[in-house]
Design a protein around this ligand. Structure first.
Ligand SMILES: C[S@@+](CC[C@H](N)C(=O)[O-])C[C@H]1O[C@@H](n2cnc3c(N)ncnc32)[C@H](O)[C@@H]1O
Length: 249
């Protein structure tokens, strides 16, 4: 199934190619999505393993995931009467104190759904049926019922869940794209991530942009190239991005 939101760097278009590189189902008993975002890879299977974990360091996003999991009807009710409107979008991105988790989740959902490129800062002018997206929250909630939702830095998550039988999928901010996730990932964190992965007992599959710096960091691992067409540019001048999938198995 699909995720219930789009997200900057989300793996909607690449999820099938990524899944092809997973170990055989049954070769792992816990699945952990470390840089969760919209969790496109998690949502693309009915179940990856007996235990599944979603994590992101972004508290707003994790609050939305928790509310979708535990209070889908209340969230849908809060989102009743939402229209695709510039006024509502700008209301939703205002800082307001004293909101409940459900109210915060609703405002964040609107900010993502109605912004340009999911950036949550400028209004995206297009016709979109928000009602369908709100309706879909019920299905997303069902999928999340047995998923553990965490809100910690990647290094702590790796330590907590690592063991033989663990499968980590990691989709960190790309090299030189850290600015899209301010205050959460610094350029030096690419090395911190490589070091944290160096001695894990479980398996990992890591997505990255193809650049010499990342190839050098992970030169001791299996590295595979993937091509991704830029969906906006494709219609006009067919821009192609190269991505990497790096694994320790
Ligand atoms: C490229 S996005 C992941 C997209 C996701 N795979 C999807 O399909 O939507 C990277 C995510 O990493 C999160 N992130 C950034 N720094 C982090 C950190 N130090 N620990 C955990 N998550 C982090 C960001 O908040 C962002 O949601």
């Amino acid at each position: 199934m699909n995720s219930f939101i789009g997200w900057i760097g989300g793996k909607k278009l690449l999820r099938h190619q990524i899944l092809e590189q997973f170990p055989e189902p049954g070769a792992f008993d816990r699945y952990i999505e470390v840089f969760g975002g919209a969790a496109w890879v998690l949502f693309s299977r009915d179940k990856h393993a007996k235990m599944e974990v979603y994590n992101d360091v972004n508290g707003q996003l994790v609050n939305l995931f928790r509310v979708v999991k535990y209070h889908p009807e209340a969230l849908q009710k809060e989102l009743d009467w939402i229209l695709m409107s510039r006024e509502q979008f700008f209301d939703a991105i205002q800082e307001v104190r004293g909101l409940t988790d459900i109210q915060r989740a609703a405002r964040f959902f609107i900010a993502i759904q109605e912004s340009f490129g999911m950036g949550c800062s400028s209004f995206g002018v297009r016709s979109k049926n928000i009602g369908n997206a709100v309706e879909f929250l019920r299905m997303a909630s069902d999928r999340l019922q047995s998923v553990v939702i965490e809100n910690v830095d990647f290094e702590r998550l790796l330590k907590t869940y690592d063991r033989t039988g663990a499968m980590f999928y990691l989709d960190p901010p790309y090299y030189e794209a850290e600015k899209y996730y301010p205050d959460r990932f610094q350029p030096e964190d690419h090395v911190r991530l490589r070091d944290a992965l160096a001695n894990i007992k479980g398996k990992f599959l890591l997505s990255y942009n193809d650049c010499p710096e990342i190839r050098e960091l992970y030169k001791d691992y299996v590295i595979q190239k993937l091509d991704r067409w830029d969906n906006l540019a494709a219609k006009t001048k067919s821009r192609r991005y190269r991505e990497l999938l790096i694994k320790n198995y």
